[in-house]
Design a protein around this ligand. Structure first.
Ligand code: NDP
Ligand code: 8X3
Length: 266
């Protein structure tokens, strides 16, 4: 979309899955004139993705890979203050970084797993939002300008057994997203929530600590969404006319009807 030309886009969790696909999708949609800031903890992957994007679409897209742990508030503040001048005015913040750990039921969930899920999915998303919002608010003679796109989950709408903490983090994302949209009612800032169902990424591999066979079993007999499907929706939302807010979107693959109702062809 021409509407994205010249924009500066910041994506968290861009080293894999949905974040990675979103980086490519923005670049393909606006290959002439776009600035992409790609962040995650794995800087090597980000460097690789940056090179692949420029190789595919050309140098009209400028890509800045930055190592950033969203859960570290200090690091997030420093990241913003150190952004090169030409990348400082962020138009679109895609709060995508997130993870799930395990399938333990509440009495057995490891303290570390509780902490990492909340500090990444919830506090991390809030850290990023607080860090970027001031510059969005200051633009346009104080009317504000920009998009905040928060990646929630079906898990935030429908909690399931074995997912209590992850589901609670995504319910928190949904709640924060809605409060923010209401708080910003007088500003020209769009707050956009996108809730995917089942998407095949590194998500389940991370959930099962690298156990690929357990991760694969999650998708047995199913045809999950691809990260590109979510990326297209994110870029669609960002590319709408300024007065249109794609406020709240739930995406399922054909075989899925809820967090737990899945038709499997086995
Ligand atoms: P992936 O595991 O493929 O990607 C997750 C990304 O988050 C990685 O780039 C990872 O990068 C990054 N990340 C994790 N922790 C941090 C951190 N502390 N700081 C910065 N970046 C971090 O999974 P998905 O692409 O599937 O997940 C993306 C989002 O989509 C998540 O919020 C997830 O909850 C959500 N989602 C996923 C669904 C699915 O079925 N896959 C369904 C619904 C929602 P690195 O390790 O390099 O830091
Ligand atoms: C990921 C989807 O339902 O596996 O957010 O938790 S689910």
């Amino acid at each position: 979309s021409k509407r994205l030309d010249g924009k500066t886009i910041l994506i968290t969790g861009a080293s894999s899955g949905i974040g990675r696909s979103t980086a490519f999708e923005f670049a393909r949609t606006s290959p002439q004139n776009l600035k992409l800031i790609l962040t995650a903890r794995r800087i090597d992957s980000l460097n690789q993705i940056a090179a692949e994007i420029v190789q595919e679409v050309g140098a009209g897209v400028r890509v800045l890979p930055v190592q950033l742990d969203v859960s570290n508030a200090q690091e997030v503040r420093e990241f913003v203050s150190k952004l090169p001048a030409e990348f400082k005015e962020i138009d679109v913040l895609v709060n995508n970084a997130g993870l799930v750990k395990g399938v333990a039921k509440a009495p057995e969930i490891a303290e570390d797993d509780v902490e990492i899920m909340f500090k990444t999915n919830v506090t991390g998303l809030i850290n990023m939002t607080q860090a970027i919002l001031p510059s969005m608010l200051a633009r346009n003679n104080g009317e504000g300008s920009g998009d905040i796109i928060n990646i929630g989950s079906i898990a935030g709408r429908e909690p399931y057994p074995g997912g209590s903490i992850y589901c609670a983090t995504k319910a928190a994302v949904r709640s924060f997203t809605e409060s923010l949209r209401k708080e910003l009612i007088a500003k020209r800032i769009r707050v956009i929530g996108i809730d995917p169902g089942q998407v095949e990424t590194e998500f389940s591999v991370v959930r099962f600590n690298g156990d690929k066979s357990k991760a694969d079993a999650v998708y047995a007999g199913c045809e999950p969404l691809t990260p590109d499907d979510i990326a297209e929706t994110i870029v669609f939302a960002a590319g709408r006319r300024e007065n249109v807010i794609v406020a709240d979107t739930l995406l399922f693959p054909n075989h899925q009807a809820s967090a737990t109702i899945m038709h499997r062809k086995l």
